[in-house]
Design a protein. Structure first.
Length: 272
């Protein structure tokens, strides 16, 4: 019997396990290996697509499938395949049309389950490619024929992101979709009912883990659902007001080895 048998620990990436320089501390990596050796399941839940988290997977080496696409999929890295996905319903192009016409400088990105298409480029989308290393695949969004996982709009101007939110929520078909601000400069359309909390439930069921024995840690608005769904929701100290409000516990910041601190607190009986 290991110290952490029957515990599922899921972390967000940016702003949580990743420091501001996008690295993971030695303290966090050593704590994760200890947690896994002692019987715990450790993985991550991210807004990213599976095909641009290879470096993170190598570093963390999750011993369970990871959540991706802000809740739209569960991916088994060892098998290199999805074990569950949620596809975008029909009608999403009408919503994109409204944003495209009303906000001509906002970047538009269409994510299928295997590719990312840059349908309208801007500085935010260029930076997105620099960070992720994705190729510049371009096309008109209505020409995408593959099943769609999510839509991303991007702008460095806060007022434009807020305007995207207003335009989408005022659309007559808004009720068929969910919307989330996933980062400061990014806003997403997801299938209705899809969020990071969904994959916590799906993953616990897949692994046979009691949901009360699940832990989620995050920092931003798109983490709120998983903080609420997990048995214990933890926000890092640098989290957004919405994430802090949703959490059961607030721990140290992403610059202070938050994952290692939580694992220590579990071992000492302060959590679970």
């Amino acid at each position: 019997m290991g110290k952490f048998d029957g515990i599922l620990f899921c972390t967000d990436l940016d702003g949580t396990i990743l420091r501001e320089d996008k690295t993971i501390s030695k303290e966090n990596l050593e704590a994760i290996e200890y947690f896994k050796r002692e019987g715990g399941y450790f993985t991550f839940v991210t807004g990213r697509m599976p095909f641009y988290v290879n470096g993170i997977c190598e570093a963390i080496n999750p011993n369970a499938p990871f959540g991706c696409i802000n809740g739209g999929g569960l991916y088994d890295k060892k098998k290199e395949e999805y074990i569950w996905t949620s596809e975008m319903p029909d009608g999403v192009f009408e919503l994109i049309d409204c944003v495209a016409e009303a906000l001509v400088e906002v970047g538009i990105q269409v994510n299928t389950f295997y590719k990312t298409y840059f349908c309208r480029d801007n500085d935010t989308m260029q930076y997105f490619r620099e960070v992720t290393g994705l190729p510049k695949l371009t096309c008109e969004y209505k020409s995408v024929k593959e099943p769609i996982a999510k839509i991303i709009f991007g702008s460095e101007k806060n007022e434009e992101i807020l305007a995207v939110d207003r335009v989408l929520r005022s659309h007559k078909s808004a009720g068929k979709f969910d919307f989330i601000r996933s980062e400061r400069a990014l806003f997403e359309i997801l299938p209705k009912g899809i969020n990071k909390g969904v994959v916590i439930e799906k993953l616990a069921e897949y692994l046979g883990i009691d949901k009360k024995r699940t832990i989620a840690i995050g920092d931003y608005n798109n983490d709120v659902a998983m903080l609420k769904k997990a048995g214990v929701g933890i926000a890092v100290a640098n989290a957004s007001p919405e994430a802090l409000a949703a959490a059961d516990i607030v721990t140290v910041s992403n610059e202070e080895h938050a994952i290692a601190r939580v694992i220590c607190d579990i071992e000492e009986g302060k959590i679970l």
